[in-house]
Design a protein around this ligand. Structure first.
Ligand code: NAI
Length: 303
């Protein structure tokens, strides 16, 4: 079944380049009216006064789509409010929000300036929270929302030199897990992609041969599906790159119930059982995990 977004209004942050541009083009090609947000200039344009968002808006319009540009920073609460207000002014509401804007300030942790730590966390984690918070009342009132966060394998698995970035990205997992629960009764679905693609952000770290396969359109296809009416999940993380798509989950081992005196020696003796992932399980929410632990403690055995 064709994935269509006709009649929907979408905001894509950081959409003047790279993945955001690709998401905006993809959503528009499926019928969404798109607010293209980006604070950047069109770096490869000879006229440096041109804004990156304007160039993407022109591309969307040239392809027959509907779009407006916005230049506010997601890392500023007032900017986040303003960018949502401009979507409302242009299109009358917001149905879809793709939080994509991002920056890097890579350095090994020991050499990292804490101002760069704060800045990266502010753009990725706080910026996503600010814009999502600004659309939340609109989506709640409408009882409809499709929100996508942008994670990274650095936040999920770690990568040298990206402590600030990994912290901001992993923080988004916690934000998503809570918003998934809080949004459920109002049909606001909050999901995430962990993409890899050939963009300005990655051109220095990937070879030309690899870059060719990492088309931004592959992650954008997942984003478009996750923003559609057909998609009914919330809290799903999809890792996507070069045409490969996989789901990422947080899992717990069955663990071991250690009764008697709490001792480091008992923990050490049971370590392989505690960390045995063969019976790993997921939990729908924190309360379910607490219930599991309480059950195990009551019975003294893990079911
Ligand atoms: P990019 O650097 O090509 O594009 C990011 C855009 O965000 C830029 O146009 C920039 O001007 C804009 N931006 C930065 N700060 C902003 C702010 N405060 N407000 C509004 N716009 C702002 O980067 P790319 O590669 O397209 O990355 C997009 C997202 O995907 C980021 O969140 C990034 O962390 C994530 N990601 C990308 C990967 C990749 O392989 N390209 C890997 C993992 C995650």
């Amino acid at each position: 079944m064709e994935v269509r977004l006709d009649g929907r209004v979408a905001i894509v942050t950081g959409a003047g380049a790279g993945l955001g541009r690709s998401h905006a083009l993809m959503l528009a090609s499926r019928g969404a009216k798109v607010l293209v947000n980006d604070l950047g200039s069109a770096s490869d344009d000879p006229d440096s006064a041109r804004r990156a968002a304007d160039v993407v808006v022109e591309e969307i319009r040239a392809a027959g789509g509907t779009a407006v540009a916005n230049y506010d920073s997601v890392a500023d609460p007032a900017g986040a409010q303003a960018l949502v207000a401009s979507a409302v002014e242009a299109f009358g509401g917001v149905d879809i929000l793709v939080n994509n804007a991002g920056i890097l300030r890579d350095k090994s942790f020991g050499k990292m300036d804490m101002a760069d730590f704060d800045e990266v966390v502010r753009v990725h984690l706080s910026g996503t929270a600010y814009v999502t918070h600004a659309v939340w009342p609109l989506m709640t009132a409408k009882k409809y929302g499709r929100v996508v966060f942008t994670l990274s394998n650095t936040g999920l698995y770690g990568n040298f030199g990206q402590a600030n970035y990994g912290a901001g990205k992993a923080g988004l997992v916690g934000l998503m897990n809570v918003l998934r629960i809080e949004g459920a009764k109002n049909n606001i679905l909050v999901n995430a992609v962990a993409p890899m693609a050939a963009t300005r952000m990655t051109e220095a770290s990937m070879s030309a041969e690899v870059l060719e396969r990492f088309l931004p359109e592959y992650p954008s296809a997942a984003v478009a599906y996750m923003c559609s009416d057909q998609f009914t999940e919330s809290g799903t993380i999809i890792s996507t790159a070069a045409g490969h798509y996989s789901a990422v989950k947080i899992v717990s081992s069955e663990g071991a119930q250690l009764d008697g005196a709490a001792s480091p020696e008992a923990v050490a003796a049971a370590w392989s059982e505690i960390t045995d992932m063969s019976g790993a399980r997921t939990f729908a929410n924190a309360a379910e995990e607490v219930a599991f632990v309480m059950d195990a403690a009551k019975s003294g055995v893990v079911a």
